[in-house]
Design a protein around this ligand. Structure first.
Ligand SMILES: Nc1ncnc2c1ncn2[C@@H]1O[C@H](COP(=O)(O)OP(=O)(O)OP(=O)(O)O)[C@@H](O)[C@H]1O
Ligand SMILES: [Mg+2]
Length: 344
């Protein structure tokens, strides 16, 4: 019988586990203090196929999960019997991949008789900011930009947030990955587009990733992606030289500038004094600089997680696990993995 010890401690030691895509990750926190964060990635293997192959990801997680948890415990200098709870991503993501981390977490929580906390991966991305600033408290406005999501959110309190606006088609990260492919860059594309953009200039005319004349704030990446494909193909068909670096740089401006502008506008209109960000695209150096500068100009505090906590990691899962732990929100052992979870 699973009757976990659920005495709530103010600064619990939590093991976070993440396996929703191609990163098998484990991390340990004590309160908001990060003790360790380990990742074993199958991205190099996936790059051979130009993207994530779910079956390969599941197998890689199976081989890595035990080792990555062992490493996290060892580098935090924490033995398993000192853990107070286990937080694990239960969705959204690849079902087979999620099941590996979730099953491992269930087994360990059962054997240690400690609470299991199923974490929504996206809430994890939002919670990464709590690791940077131990004093950070809601309310704040967040720019979420990842491989599958793009939105501006208002976090009212630790447990509730509201979507202020989002993409009506592709996500920003997805657009970076597709543009990378057009420019002949390897998967995962975002960081490679950023690298190429550094030697280019913003001279190719591309549409900004924003729906004009909409009553709601809506981003759109499909038109921008098509414009990049057309710019490259048209030049090649005419035999004209086109600088891929200029395309990358211009794409980066068109993809990111609207996100920064709208995030700051939302914060100002809601009277929020703090802006945070989360998701893989927030690792982009141009975005980080643009968002920090825009917040500074507007008199807003900007809290950006370090780059390694923007892309998938387990520290953010442990961080969201802490919020749920303090609220006493524990999961039953029959919690299932979920391929899709709506943002709210
Ligand atoms: N430096 C960068 N510049 C732009 N994009 C980047 C950079 N680094 C990573 N990305 C993009 O971030 C995405 C990966 O982020 P993340 O791991 O959060 O996505 P995901 O977990 O697949 O999706 P989601 O979190 O929405 O479920 C990829 O699309 C990748 O191209
Ligand atoms: Mg993610």
């Amino acid at each position: 019988m699973y009757t976990p010890n659920a005495t709530i401690k103010p600064s619990p030691i939590i093991l976070g586990i993440e396996s929703s895509c191609d990163e098998t990750a484990a991390a340990i926190i004590c309160g908001r203090k990060l003790l360790s964060s380990e990742i074993i990635s199958s991205a190099t293997e996936q790059a051979k196929y130009g993207g994530v192959v779910p079956e390969i990801a599941s197998r890689a997680h199976t081989e890595a999960v035990d080792e990555v948890v062992r490493r996290a415990l060892e580098s935090a200098n924490v033995s398993a019997n000192r853990l107070d709870a286990i937080a694990v991503t239960y969705g959204a993501g690849l079902l087979g991949a999620l099941l590996v981390g979730l099953s491992f977490a269930k087994g360990l929580a059962y054997s240690l008789n400690i609470p299991l906390i199923g974490v929504n991966h996206i809430r994890g991305h939002l919670a990464a900011a709590y690791l940077v600033d131990e004093e950070l408290k809601p309310p704040f406005v967040t720019l979420l930009a990842s491989g599958g999501h793009t939105a501006v959110l208002y976090t009212k309190n630790y447990l509730e947030f509201k979507v202020l606006g989002g993409t009506c088609d592709d996500a920003a990260g997805e657009a970076f990955d597709k543009v990378a492919r057009v420019l002949g860059l390897e998967y995962p594309g975002g960081a490679n587009v950023e690298r190429l953009a550094r030697s280019g200039s913003n001279t190719v005319k591309l549409p900004p990733a924003l729906v004009k004349n909409s009553t709601r704030m809506q981003f759109s990446y499909s038109g921008l992606k098509t414009a990049v494909i057309n710019a490259v193909h048209n030049a090649e068909q005419r035999g004209e030289a086109i600088s891929y670096a200029d395309v990358a740089c211009s794409f980066q401006h068109a993809a990111i500038d609207p996100l920064v502008k709208k995030t700051v506008e939302c914060a100002l209109s809601l009277g929020a004094t703090t802006v945070t960000a989360g998701g893989g695209v927030i690792a982009n150096g141009y975005l980080r600089e643009a968002l920090s500068s825009a917040c500074k100009r507007a008199g807003l505090r900007c809290v950006l997680p370090p780059k390694q906590f923007c892309t998938d990691n387990a520290a953010m899962i442990a961080s969201e696990g802490l919020t749920q732990y303090l609220a006493g929100n524990f999961s039953p052992l029959d919690i299932n993995a979920c391929a899709q979870i709506p943002l709210v």
